[in-house]
Write a protein that binds this ligand. Sequence first.
Ligand code: ASP
Length: 347
Amino acid sequence: MKNALVMALLALIFAAVPAQAQEDARWSIAIHGGAGTLDPDRMTPERRAAYEAALQNALDAGARVLADGGSAMDAVKAAIVPLEDEPLFNAGRGSVFTWEGDNELDASVMDGIDRSAGAVTGVKSIKNPILLADKVRTDSPHVFLMGTGAEEFAGEQGIETAPPEWFATERRRESLERMKARNLSSLDVDLKFGTVGAVALDQNGNLAAGTSTGGMTGKRWGRIGDAPVIGAGTYADNRACAVSATGWGEYFIRVGVAQEICTRMRLLRATNYLSLGTAPVAPEEEMATAQLAADAVMAEVKELGGDGGIILVTPEGHALYSFNTSGMYRGRANSEGLSEVAIFSGE
Ligand code: ASP
């Protein structure tokens, strides 16, 4: 009888092991390729298919890293590099032009484990600025490097470069020319942003975020948007969330969007903890809490006159979006088998 009891107990314990292992193996990733005025009626099926294929390709690259047990930061970089190389998006190859006719690139990363961060702005010859941003994080005593100094550091670190022709595309040059000829704003010529970003939760429970962009068409005077500004375009904190933004950078800087969302999440989670006496917050509430925080901050951006969107992943693996434009190129995947890409709002 005693033996039977022990056996039953052991069986219970061992039966619990796979469930625990499965629980530990949870991972999640979300990506974006910019938000803006996207009209389904004005997008040809071919163009839509091209965007969806590029998003799926990037999502799969990041998801593979996470499924294999890689870090959230490696997954973020793995997802962003193909988006930088893809001319459809405004990052790396295919970046928008400055007023002077150059491509000046910005990127940033942040690791939620220790809130280490790296960022670069105004680089012109770095093939994948996201990789340089991470090098700044791991191999320099600094967080934020600009222009020629950042490129000098890249040279010392053996980061791959590319000639100006690599980044320049006809479509983006035409946007700049149209802007100048008709005295339009960068929003008029582009109607959308096109920055790329990724956020991830790895199997060890760590979060990371990254964002890369060419900025806004016709930018001048050394203008810097939110994408390389830690706290505005990118933020990650294991206690709260990881966020990557896209949109009208000036507003995202003023609101401090990415960090503001994480701070609100931290406070909401703490409040729930105090009132419910349990931690972390119940799973069904956790997702709502995150959406609440993200939507409230995006509403502030809108109120001030800005637009755009964010992607977010929580420590529990919920990946979600919040945007106040008619569309955002986006996708998400997780260890439960979800893998989806979408473009327009309501999809
Ligand atoms: N946020 C970027 C900037 O202001 C633009 C974008 O999202 O495409 O530079």
